[in-house]
Structure formats: C-alpha cells, structure tokens
Design a protein around this ligand. Sequence first.
Ligand code: PMP
Length: 442
Amino acid sequence: MNKPLNPPANALEAFWMPFTPNRRFKADPRFVERAEGMFYYTPDGRPVLDATSGLWCVNAGHNRPRIVEAIQKQAAELDYATSFNMGHPKAFEFASRLANILPGDLDHVFFCNSGSEAADTALKIALAYHRARGKGGKTRLIGRERGYHGVGFGGISVGGIVANRKYFGGLLGGVDHLPHTHDLARNAFSRGQPEHGADLADNLERIVALHDASTIAAVIVEPLAGSTGVLVPPKGYLERLRAICDRHDILLIFDEVITGFGRLGASFASELFGVQPDLITLAKGLTNAAVPAGAVGASARIYDTLMDGADAPIELFHGYTYSAHPLACAAGLATLDTYRDEGLFERAGQLSPLWEEAAHSLKGARHVIDIRNLGLVAGIELESRPGAVGERGQEIFKAAFDSGLMIRVGGDIVALSPPLIIEETQLDQIFSQLRNLLSTID
Ligand code: PMP
C-alpha cells in the first residue's frame, strides 16, 4: 500500500499534473519516492522495475553517482551564468563534446531546456536560414500525422496528435502533414523495420507539387516515432524523404529527442539508418534527465549562413535564460562520460536481438494485435475495447505498477524503452510479467 501523504488532506489538489486526467489519478494515486539504476522505489520501499527509462530519458539508469556528483560540484562552484554575450567554460566544452559525436557535419549546438524547446528552436533556425540566404519565401513547415514534437505552438502545429492540437486554436499557418507510416494490415508483427511503406515518403512530392518548393522550408519527423506508439520507419522511407528534400532545397529535421543517445543501438538514429539530417533535436538522454536540457545540432552550412549570409542577422534572435545552464552542462558532460566509459550505446546494440526475441514472445498473448521493435524500444499494441479506447491500456499500466513494473501506455499501446544498463534477466522478466498481466485483464 502507498504510504499516506501527510496533511493537508488536500495535498494532491494544488499540483496540476501534466498530461494526466487529474481527477482520476488523485482518486487512485501512485507514487515513487526514490530511484537507483533500473529501479524506482515506492514510498513503502517496494522496487518497481523501470521498463521505460522514466519517459524515455534515463538511458544510463537512475541516480548514477558520477552524474549526481558532477551536478553537486557544479552547483557549489557556479550555480548560474547566462550565455547571452557571456560564457562559462562548460557550455563550450559540452557543445564541443556533443558536436564530436553528432552525425555527419552537425558541428554546431544550440542549447535549450527541453524537447519542446528544441523542436521550436529547430523550426525557427530553418526559417531564419532560408531568409538569411535570400530565400525568405521558403516558410512552409511539414510535419507528419502522429508526429510528436513537444507542446510548444510550433511543435503542436507540425505534430500530428489530434488531442494535443484541437483545444488550442488555429495553430501555425502554412503547415502540412505527411501521412503516418502505421500499417497494421501490411506490417503487423514486423521485426525491426517493416517492409511496406517507403512509398509513403512520396507524399512529400505531392505537397511540393501543390505549394511549389520555393515556399517550403523544412520537413520534421521523428526517425522512429515514440510517443505515438513506437512506429518504426519502413525500410527505405527515410532515405526517400532525404532524397526529395535534396531535390527541392528543403531542410530535413530529425527529432531525435527519443532516438538519440543509444536508444536504437547506435549513437543516433541518423547513424543507424545512414540518413543525414540538416538539423537534429535532442533532449532526454542528453543529460540522462538529471537536469532538464535540450539542444539542436546544426550543420556548418546552416550556422555559417546565419552568421555570414547575404541577408543574415548579426545574431540569431532566439535563446533562453537557461540555455547552456551550468548544471545541465555538468550533468551532460558526466552523462557523455558514462555512455562512453560503459559502452552503453554498443550494449544497447548487442542486447537488441535478445530484446526483439523477448518482445515477440508476446505474440499470441491475450489482446496483443501487434508488436513493433527496434534497438531497445518495443511497442505492444493491444486491441481496444469497443467504445473505450485506452481503458485496457490504463488497467495494464496500473496492474503493472502494482506488481513492480513501470511501463508507458499511450491509448492501448504499451511502449517499452528500458535503461541501456538492463540485465538479460530483467529483460526477460519484463515480457514474462507482461504476459501474465495481460492474461488477468479483460
Ligand atoms: N520530441 C519528441 C520526439 C519527444 O518524444 C518528446 C517528448 N516525449 C518531445 C519532443 C518533447 O520533449 P519535452 O517533453 O522535453 O518537451
């Protein structure tokens, strides 16, 4: 049982919880109080195996002493410094270290505080880039159905999740959406990248034909869409998007907030798929989630154009009070050290065949209508109850937590993305526990 919260009796009321049906949660709350490695611990001390790395973010596991110590030391040394016309060494060090591992020629790093800010920053950089090279007519942005790029107005405009959009007015104008790539009829139970759907990228040609390339600035996609239920890109799809963007002088932005930092068994999805974006957005695993942080990686071509272009501003009129916050930089540097010294990206790659096998062992389990996987990510799609989408998902979430397993559920899709330090026995445990739980839920 959960330890009762201390008075006041309405202790749960003040906190307006994000992305949560508050009344429902507060009537039947669940808490964690501590975490270490692969586990959360409830207030009464029960371990909960974290099969989702928090929210796809603690890639090196929870409360890693090296990262904790780096944050503590930094807080005592330099708590805050701006990066507006001023510098502190760790900002430059962190950016250089990051640029070193970013794919291809993404040699410049702009810091922000979250994935949402990273998405909006990347979109703004794309627009400013075209303007700076005298192509100010290129202003249209193209996202994708079921895409998730955070919750800023830019992000929800190019994003494709209906619930996240429909309450918030007209959103950005001049936005189009590619179709999503989810195709249960043709691709159900694919292992790794599905066979069918590369041709969906050709919808970009149709959008270009409709509006003319001279009006289009950028396309933004998640190489693998996480939040909308683990949609793995069909074979050849990303390559095709890249080719069409090249043909029409359109920037390609990869939102790697989830797929970055080893999640797919390579440093970045761009590397795994061999497709080079012009801009990349990062957050989550950037600091192992110990301090909020986000970043945009930009190619030298974009950076140089914005510094020296014919119509370039003398600065990018964009930034945050907390861009390159010292605590974030210290946490980020310690996180990169941890990934490197423990070989965690390689480890994720080595474990991924076992992960795939274990995930697909759920084929035939009750309610399961699809299983998708890549790297250390899996999506288990459950059949929805007629007229009650998401109900079964909620029940499995609660049952899992109560039996010591933290999973992420969106609608009736279970998304799994464990810390990259996961042991083989824990990997098996996740799926055998899920199989049992599914058998107990109607
Ligand atoms: N982009 C992607 C692909 C994401 O998955 C997320 C968060 N799940 C975001 C952006 C937004 O990140 P944040 O919640 O840090 O704003």
